[in-house]
Design a protein around this ligand. Structure first.
Ligand code: NI
Length: 172
């Protein structure tokens, strides 16, 4: 089932999310719903708080080329355990901040641990777009958005645009 994506500013996007310690069918269903919502958007990542659920859960799939096999990852309690000194710059966007993009600098390579949908602990090294995406989504679990890396003026400009967008959406 497709879920509704919250648009910034929203207090639920600023919260620190709670760790998942019991993997229930409800949480597995939630993860499937998030993947469906992400692919439909379309996007390469989605965090639970973006649909109003304050649990440490993200889904990502950075395979974008048509014809390539999708690689959906469901990650409970994802954590960056090591990151490279080398950084990379990507023009980031966010499904909660539609049509706004800005360059963000982050570590180029990160080691991430998480629990998968079968309750198994996983660890993987991510590089390139995957590294950027997983860091962006983990930030969501700590109430942090990509615009928080921008200069205040630019951030305020984007926030005002989003407020206007939300007013327009509630009017129609
Ligand atoms: Ni985002």
């Amino acid at each position: 089932m497709k879920r509704n994506i919250l648009i910034h500013p929203d207090p639920r996007l600023k919260k620190v999310c709670a760790p998942v310690d019991d993997l229930t069918d409800e949480l597995r269903k939630l993860a499937d719903d998030m993947l469906e919502t992400m692919y439909d958007a379309p996007g390469v990542g989605l965090a639970a708080p973006q649909i109003g659920v304050l649990d440490r859960l993200i889904v990502i799939d950075c395979v974008k080329e048509e014809g390539e096999t999708p690689r959906p990852l469901i990650m409970f309690n994802p954590e960056v355990v090591a990151s490279s000194d080398e950084t990379s710059v990507y023009e980031e966007g966010c499904l909660s901040i539609p049509d706004q993009y800005a360059e963000v600098t982050r570590p180029k390579v990160v080691d991430v641990t998480w629990m998968d949908q079968n309750g198994k602990l996983q660890q993987e090294t991510f590089d390139g777009l995957w590294a950027t995406c997983v860091q962006h989504e983990i930030d969501h679990l700590n109430g942090k958005l990509f615009i928080d890396y921008l200069k205040p003026l630019k951030r305020q400009m984007i926030t005002r645009k989003m407020q206007k967008l939300k007013r327009e959406r509630t009017r129609t």
